[in-house]
Structure formats: structure tokens, C-alpha cells
Design a protein. Sequence first.
Length: 184
Amino acid sequence: MNITELIKKRRSVFPAQYIAKEIEDSILKEILEVANWAPTHRKTEPWRFKVLKGNSKQKLADFVVAEKQKEGELSSFKERKIRSKFEASSAVLAICMQRDPKESVPEWEEVAAVSMAVQNMWLKCTELGIGSYWSSPAVIQQMHHFFDMQENEKCLGFFYMGYFEGELPVGERKSSIEEKTEWL
């Protein structure tokens, strides 16, 4: 599959679609390796990932549920929904950004670099037949209470991953690139 086909095939595949098949650590390392090749201004390489599998996923699910309970009443339905995302995923990556202490580039450029690292992982997952999706729940603001975060490091979301069966829908766009481009 060429790069254009791969890009057009990439989809969000949600944990409810995952099957009970483990993603081997060697495969996770391949996926993380392509993240490390994202573009980065001034070579700050701000992306950081925390890999959760097995019991660590359960502990994170417990933490997320506890944080949601602090916000107010958490229905049993909502709690099951939160827990099921972690349980159904073979692995969950916490997507983090380590801000350049010199602030040599604007923060948005570091967020963009992390986003490109995630896109690289997403494309690699697509190539390998692994479903994935990036979620940014409000609780990510509290991740410094769960993870041992470095100074100037923050969590930008979770990348849920798992194998799936079946075909994904064909992609579509609401409008053509011509409608979004102005030639000068």
C-alpha cells in the first residue's frame, strides 16, 4: 500500500471494536519508533509516551473513574463506559509533551510536533491492522497526580490501541481540497 492509500485508509477505531488479541511489545516498539521520526522545530522532540498494559491500564481506569467521581455524580453506566475503553484496549498510551525549558519555539509548535508523532503512530497502526484512536478527556489535566511527570511535561490525551476484525468504512470528506485552497 502506498502512502496516499495508507493516509486515506486511516480511521479512528474505537475500543468497542477491538478483539481480545494482545499487541506484542515488539510491535508497540515499532509503532513508537515511527513516532520518533515526526518533524520537530529546533529538534526539541517534545513527544513523550507512557505505555500502559495489563494491571497499569486497570490502575489508570480506577484513577479516571475516581477523578470523574470528584466532579460530581458518576452514573454506573458512565463508569462502565470509562472502564470498558481500558479493558477492551490491548494497550493505552498516554500522549505527553515535554515543553522545551528554553521555550525556544512557541508551545503550539510543540503540540503540533506531538500531533505529528501521533499521526505517524496512527498510520503505522493502520499498516499493521491495529485499530487506534486519540481521546482527550478533561481528566488529562490531572495526570500529574497519576504519572511521575517531569517539569514542563503535560498529558495531551490517551491513544487507545487494539486489533479489530472486519472492514472499516471508506473515508469521505465534506468538501474537496479545491474548496479549501486559494491559489495566488
